[in-house]
Design a protein around this ligand. Structure first.
Ligand code: CMP
Length: 139
């Protein structure tokens, strides 16, 4: 079984889409193991998005992700990382396939409703940034 981190980002929070997005993932076979609402500070945002440091959109991305509270979740399934990436669709909502979360809830390449881990290794590191071991349930 594999785990992945999902973030419901500020644009989706402002539009009241968090519940619908979590419901879609649960409805497509992803098991919810952990759930938390938080307001990321700059230090956490820069650690989470460290791989993008130096890119032209980095500063705007940090400002955006700390602009409202967000929801963080851990989902589990066989092949959860790829499964969730498929359900979310392309990073740019205008290029995301019909019926994907980003096509239905995203606004533009930055305000794209959700984040999901891009590999099982990244997932382990990202999950540790947001959850303590005893906050991730097994049932
Ligand atoms: P996410 O999946 O959270 O991972 C990195 C984020 O950076 C991405 O979603 C977008 O919100 C943002 N991003 C990626 N590429 C660009 C880009 N070219 N311009 C602006 N923001 C981007």
């Amino acid at each position: 079984m594999e785990k992945s981190l999902v973030l419901i980002k500020p644009d989706a929070m402002l539009r009241g889409s968090a519940g619908a997005i979590i419901g879609r993932l649960q409805g497509q076979g992803l098991k919810l193991l952990a759930l938390r609402m938080l307001h990321m500070d700059k230090a956490l945002a820069e650690r989470h998005y460290a791989i993008h440091a130096g890119k032209p959109f980095f500063e705007d991305l940090i400002d955006y992700i700390i602009s409202t509270p967000i929801v963080a979740a851990v989902f589990e399934a066989e092949g959860a990382v790829e499964k969730i990436r498929g359900i979310m669709g392309a990073t740019d909502p205008s290029k995301a396939a019909a019926g994907t979360i980003r096509a239905d809830f995203g606004q533009d390449i930055q305000q794209n409703a959700t984040h999901a881990s891009d590999s099982p290794e990244t997932a382990e590191k990202e999950i540790e940034l947001f959850f303590k071991g005893d906050e991730i349930f097994s049932y």
